[in-house]
Every structure is written in C-alpha cells, then in structure tokens.
Design a binder for this molecule. Structure first.
Ligand code: ZN
Length: 442
C-alpha cells in the first residue's frame, strides 16, 4: 500500500481542485481519496506532499514508437513537396530500416520519455515491414519493462505488396491471441493491450479491409487507422471506390466504440455523423499536421469523441495541448483551454473501453495512474482555470513522480533502474537505422 498525504488533488474532468486530501493506493487501484482518507492505516510507503499537486496521468491517444529514433535524423532524404513524398522519402524508408534491436531501443526510449513527461498511457500504431512477425511483442516488452500503460497495433498496408499486407493482419491477430492467452493464464501484467491496425484507406484494398474486419470480429479488439490525414486519401477513395472514406470503412463494419480514427482533417458531414453514431474516436495531432503541411483539424469541437495524440512527435502531452490550442486560436477557432482539457481527458475513455477499468480521476475506484507534480501556481489555481494554467504555464518540467497501475515508475525524477545504457544503445541503433535508410530506395 502507498499513501499520499496532504495533496492538492487536481482532477481534469469534471475539473476540481481539492486541498488537503489523502490518497490510498492498494494494488493497482485508488482505494480511498479525500480528507483524512488514510487515518488509522499503515502503508509500505507514505509520501507527505505538504500541499503538492497530484493529478491523473496524461494519455496520448495516437503515437508511433517506431519513429522514436528519427529525432535529428541525418539521412539522404530527397525534397518532399507533398504528403505522399514525405511518406515515400522519409517514413516508408525509415520503417523498412527497422529490425528487432532498433525497435526494442526505439520502444524503450519512447516509453521512458512518456513517463518522464507524465504520460501514463500511450496508444501506439506500429510499422516495421522488414520485421513484422513478433514486432508487437517487442513493443509490449518495452511497455512492461518501464511500467508504461498502452496499446499498439500493426499498421496493415499493401504499400510493399499483398503478402506483406496479410502478414500485417496476422501480426495483429497474433498479438491479441498472446494477450488473451496471458489473461486466461493469469500472467497478464494489465499494462498492454492491442487494437487491430490499418495504415490508411489508400493503402488497404478491399481484400485487406475484409481481413481486418474479420480480425476485429474474431479478437474483440477495436480498429485503429489514419483517415483523411491529407486530401489525397479522400480523392483516392472517391477515384477508386466511389465513396467517402468512413462510408467505406463502415461498410466493412470496422467502426465501433473501440475504433480510433487518426487525423480526419477532411471528413464530410455525413462521415462525422457516422463516426458519432458508431461512438468511435477521432484522435487529432496538431503538431504533426503542421509539420507535414497537410492542413489543420477543423472539426475537433464538432465530433462526440475527440482525443489528443502526437503522431510520433514525442509524448509530451503538455506541449501537444499548447500547440493544439494555439493553432486553433491562430485560425480564429471558437474553443477555449477547457475544451482542449476535455479532449486530453477523453483518452481515458479509450482506456476504459479496452482495459475494463476506470481511468482519469483521483477518486476511489479509479486505476492508480497518477502524477505528483511540483507545479507552483503563481496565480490562484481553481477548478475553473486548471486548463488556463496548462495552456499558459504548467509543463512537463513539473512532473516529479509517476505512478502507473499502483507501481512507482518515476520517483523524484529518477527511474528505478539505470537508463544510461538504454540511451547509449538507442544512439547506436539510431545511427544504424539512418545508415539502413540510405540503402533503401524511396
Ligand atoms: Zn499516425
């Protein structure tokens, strides 16, 4: 048992600030939270925060841990004037250069980064065409080794041929079966589950969507795919299939309450209606959209379940929150920081639908995924202005300790194991990956 005393509890949704609370963590749950909640209890460990802040862990709802070693990339990349060139010249060469060791390093340093930023869960979307079979288990090991919660899936695609497309579907099913086996045997660590993944409608032909729909059905998992990240995806669908993107996916039965549609910059009114009727998620990624010059997300305020992701631009959700809000305001958008805090919080609903537990609040009965922060508000911190403090101040630098599923995974900014070797290995693997890319033609 871990007891946290004298905390200022900050809940994001609905927003609340409570002074002088105690939090009792037993196993992976918050067993009690409130004034005097720890009275008469003895714990293995007691932290007295003396008024310090505790808030729920942040959730990144769309990411790519395979791109963790792309930071500062030095490889021969031709000019890429449009979205498809960016994919062909950069990302589809980077992912083909990944082997088991590179993926292991990439996954590990991304997990460490997430924890250090106060992100307690990351929804990942994976590609490594030269190492498909078993790749999701390598990521699962990285999550479990560091104690991060999350999900992944393999992004099925025909971009390197139909055999590879089938191998992608098979890897998704294999991962789901491995997790189901662990759950049945009682060895599942409770941290990592999976989606069934597709890259994007323009790289998944009808045969692929049929296989993916069968996999969704047989595994009971949700579908995770990029949709309308660029206008090209929309035009491709109209040209080749004569229908809107989500109409096509829905025809295959791929949209349900566990499904995540990433980006969705160019969804029609009918598609947004389908998305909401199926109760699916829209994971938006403002920084990535800016980086790829594909346009900006205009519908975030008009769909039922919008959530924030980074699309591989790190795991710092404080920074993503700020960029999302400021980009929206830059375009004259009507939303306020509180709306964006709601979108950030919605990642917890993704977790609740996949982990069969409650997430996202410091409250009795919720999963103990939380952050101890040393943010010292220079102006009064109230329920009404939590989001304003985040938009205009609080950042990842305030993250002091992190608890995930009741385990202390970061204590006073230190990991419980030496990370120096992992970073050393990552730098070596990054250099090797960049070399690999130079021998892969766009
Ligand atoms: Zn993505």
């Amino acid at each position: 048992m871990l007891i946290i005393k004298n905390a200022t509890v900050v809940n994001f949704s609905p927003p609340e600030v409570h002074q002088g609370w105690d939090i009792v963590i037993e196993s992976d749950q918050i067993a009690a939270a409130g004034p005097g909640a720890s009275e008469g209890l003895t714990a293995d460990e007691v932290w007295d925060l003396k008024g310090g802040i505790v808030h729920p862990g942040l959730v990144c709802s769309h990411n790519h841990f395979y791109s963790g070693l792309a930071r500062g990339i030095l490889a021969d990349i031709p000019p890429s004037p449009d979205f498809i060139s960016v994919l062909k010249n950069l990302w589809w060469r980077l992912d083909r250069g990944i082997d088991r060791e590179i993926l292991k390093s990439s996954g590990e340093i991304c997990c460490l980064d997430a924890i250090r930023n106060g992100s307690t869960s990351v929804i990942d979307h994976h590609a490594s065409p030269a190492f498909i079979d078993g790749s999701l288990s390598v990521l699962k090991e990285a999550f479990e080794k560091t104690g991060l919660r999350g999900m992944s899936c393999y992004e099925t695609s025909d971009r390197n041929g139909l055999e590879e497309m089938k191998a992608g579907v098979a890897e998704n099913i294999r991962m789901a079966e491995e997790i189901d086996r662990e759950k049945a045997e009682g060895t599942w660590k409770g941290l990592f589950d999976c989606h069934i993944g597709g890259h994007a409608p323009f790289t998944v032909p009808e045969e692929g969507l049929k296989l993916l729909a069968d996999a969704v059905e047989s595994t009971g998992r949700g579908f995770h795919i990029h949709v309308a990240e660029d206008r090209y995806d929309v035009a491709h669908s109209h040209h080749h299939y004569g229908e809107d993107l989500l109409v096509r996916l829905d025809r295959h039965g791929l949209l349900n309450s566990k499904a995540i549609i990433a980006h969705g910059l160019y969804l029609s009114e009918e598609e947004r209606k389908i998305l909401d009727e199926r109760n699916s998620f829209l994971a938006v990624n403002f920084r990535s959209n800016m980086n790829n010059n594909v346009g900006s997300q205009k519908y975030i305020g008009s769909v039922k379940n919008a959530a924030l992701g980074t699309d591989g631009i790190g795991t710092d959700m404080w920074e993503e929150f700020k960029f999302a809000y400021f980009k929206h305001k830059d375009e004259g958008g009507p939303l306020w920081p509180g709306d964006f805090l709601g979108f950030l919080h919605n990642g917890n609903t993704i977790l609740e639908r996949n982990f069969d537990s409650r997430f996202g609040r410091i409250e009795k009965g919720y999963t103990a995924d939380l952050v101890v922060s040393d943010y010292s508000p220079p102006t009064p911190l109230k329920a009404e202005n939590i989001a304003g403090h985040i938009a205009f101040g609080q950042s990842a630098s305030s993250v002091r300790s992190v608890v995930i599923g009741g385990n202390v995974v970061l204590r006073d900014r230190e990991f419980p194991f030496d990370t120096g070797t992992l970073y050393e290995e990552a730098r070596e693997n990054a250099a090797r990956l960049w070399e690999n890319m130079n021998s892969i033609a766009p």
